[in-house]
Design a protein around this ligand. Structure first.
Ligand code: SF4
Length: 270
């Protein structure tokens, strides 16, 4: 008897929920978030150490590449951020993707100087762009602990207002939620959001922290406290509060708890 193996495609998770493909131009990220999965993968595969991740290096072949029109939206970046140090290079590569007719999801913990320039220089491509700013909390202390070299909440909110004022499509990612009060973040940003506010749990923290923050018992303690705020009971209550809110979307970590359907293919932003 002939045995036929049928490959069942796994539903998209992580960045695949948002975009069909992604582009990055450097190894490492100066924001150096304690929960960063890209950092964990880089350490595991010996592309970085816990100490070197915060001093990124450009990948010349990614700076030199050209682009054609791809099927589906491209997310930029996914494994670093857009900062004053790499803004020229990010603009160069983003402009190449846009000029080839691609739609772009620009995801960032944004700096106001960067967003002001992005809005000015990418204005000719405005209809091809959605900005998605990562804002996991309104609590400056929580942000500065988990994302030590990233902008404050006040600066990220100013970026969102700027992009909204310039008529770009705007979105917020509350993944990972960094406190027990995502309602405060939603209330603070929703006036300036045209597209969506995504909510998601903090993922894989017990595997990530030993590599990203070796021998850091404070990070472990704070991580356990954060995970405890995202119990299934808490997530169900959060979903019940916002299930009819047209702006709110649920990342894979929340879909799994609630039992929501998964998108059939990557990049559907559902
Ligand atoms: S901004 Fe993103 S890529 Fe950079 S360290 Fe933080 S989570 Fe990682």
């Amino acid at each position: 008897m002939k045995i036929v193996t049928v490959q069942i495609a796994r539903p998209p998770t992580g960045t695949q929920e948002w975009a069909a493909s992604n582009v990055n131009i450097q190894n490492g990220c100066e924001h150096d978030c304690r929960y960063c999965y890209a950092k964990t993968m880089a350490i595991r595969f010996k592309r970085a150490t816990a100490a070197s991740w915060g001093q990124p290096r450009f990948r010349q072949h990614d700076l030199d590449r050209s682009f054609t029109k791809r099927a589906g939206r491209i997310m930029f970046p996914t494994a670093h951020d857009i900062t004053a140090r790499n803004l020229d290079e990010c603009l160069l590569v983003m402009t190449r993707m846009l000029a080839a007719g691609n739609d772009l999801l620009i995801v960032s913990k944004p700096w106001l100087a960067c967003v002001t320039r992005l809005c000015a220089e990418l204005d000719p491509y405005r209809s091809q762009i959605v900005f998605r700013f990562s804002i996991g909390s309104t609590d400056e202390a929580a942000l500065s602990y988990w994302e030590p070299d990233a902008p404050s909440f006040a600066e990220r909110l100013a970026c969102l207002k700027t992009a909204h004022l310039r008529d770009f499509q705007t979105s917020v990612s509350g993944e990972p939620m960094l406190d027990g009060n995502p309602d405060a973040m939603i209330a603070a940003v929703r006036t300036y959001v045209t597209d969506s506010i995504w909510l998601g749990k903090i993922n894989r923290l017990r595997q990530i922290l030993p590599l990203n923050c070796p021998r850091d018992s404070e990070a472990v303690r704070r991580g356990e406290a954060l995970v405890a705020l995202q119990s299934d009971k808490d997530i169900r209550a959060l979903h019940a509060r916002y299930r009819r809110d047209p702006l709110i979307k649920w990342k894979d970590s929340i879909k799994a708890v609630i039992g929501l359907g998964r998108p059939a293919s990557a990049g559907l932003d559902l």
